[in-house]
Design a protein around this ligand. Structure first.
Ligand SMILES: [Zn+2]
Length: 326
């Protein structure tokens, strides 16, 4: 009987302790954790603001995002949801011009360079009509091209006549190797006159074979020495060993878009930038799939000097785009 009483009393005491512990966690610890979480997010925000302030001091807000995607208002939702479903990522804008401009205001980006892709030959003309129609000076657009459109060289000539600075080629989505002989008349016509931006490397979306590898881009570089080439995603998304073998130090620009820290740690990112040559690096986000409010402070905290940052955010883009950045 005494034993039973002891067990009951012990259980009761244990229950009381547990209750007190839960009460203590709920009323004492939870508010502390909440305060800590709030402080961390405030500190992050402050760091970003301080970084932006010092950037503005040095750069006077001259930041060019060299790789963004936008769509006409009436198809933006459809186009973006198809891409998000393929890439399994979240978007930082709604894919419209006004959505991009609002995000540029928040992040401190002064100019964005749109990189449209024609996945079908029939899209080339309408995409290029739209690309040439942007009236806001903060939006500069490349044109689209497809080797199977009716007159690819004629389209290149039209883009040049309209004053567009370049063309975007996305080998995987366009189902064409970047060094396919069908592409060569396009490069021939663009040489010395238009910049060519290639998607380079792997994809977040599933593709059987990558058609724009660093090695294939290196071949185009050597076949067209006067062609100004930008290999997106630091020369080859998630193929950085091949970038080091094939492209590093060559006369080709890299953009910094979609080099997420989990794929390209800061240390290797910085080494790639400096070994390739900071004068050939362009800041870019691949918006709406990348976020300038994360990518700008990341680059600023990587250990680059003010002069190097000025070249990446502004100087190199200015050399390529000239008075379009005004
Ligand atoms: Zn892109």
């Amino acid at each position: 009987m005494q034993t039973l009483f002891n067990v009951r009393s012990a259980t009761w005491r244990l229950g009381c302790h547990c209750f007190a512990l839960i009460r203590w966690l709920f009323y004492e610890i939870l508010p502390i954790l909440k305060t800590v979480a709030l402080s961390i997010s405030l500190m992050k925000r402050m760091c970003y603001n301080m970084a932006m302030l010092s950037l503005e001091r040095g750069l006077h807000n001259k930041i060019v995002d060299f790789h963004v995607h936008i769509f006409p208002d009436d198809i933006a939702e459809r186009a973006l949801s198809a891409l998000l479903a393929a890439y399994h990522v979240e978007a930082v804008t709604d894919g419209t011009v006004s959505g991009l401009l609002a995000h540029m205001e928040t992040s401190g980006v002064g100019w964005s360079v749109a990189q449209p892709v024609a996945t079908k030959p029939s899209q080339v003309r309408s995409i290029n009509d739209w690309a040439a129609s942007h009236s806001d000076p903060r939006i500069i657009s490349f044109g689209a091209i497809h080797p199977d459109c009716e007159d690819p060289v004629g389209e290149v000539e039209k883009l040049i006549a309209r004053g567009l600075p370049g063309i975007k080629i996305q080998g995987n989505w366009q189902n064409v190797y970047v060094d396919d002989p069908r592409m060569y008349p396009i490069y021939e016509a663009a040489q010395d006159r238009l910049i060519v931006m290639f998607h380079s490397g792997e994809e977040l979306a599933p593709f059987e074979e990558m058609k724009a590898t660093p090695a294939r881009i290196a071949k185009v570089c050597s076949d067209f020495p006067n062609l100004t080439i930008i290999a997106a995603h630091m020369g080859g998304y998630r193929m950085w060993d091949e970038v080091e073998e094939q492209l590093l130090g060559k006369d080709v620009y890299f953009d910094t878009s979609a080099c997420f820290p989990e794929d390209l740690p800061d240390e290797r990112f910085l080494r790639l930038i400096r070994t390739h040559g900071v004068e050939r690096i362009l800041f870019a986000t691949d918006s709406p799939f990348g976020d300038a409010t994360k990518d700008i402070p990341r680059l600023m905290q990587m250990g680059l000097s003010d002069d190097e940052l000025e070249m990446i955010f502004w100087g190199n883009a200015r050399r390529l785009l000239g008075d379009r950045l005004s």
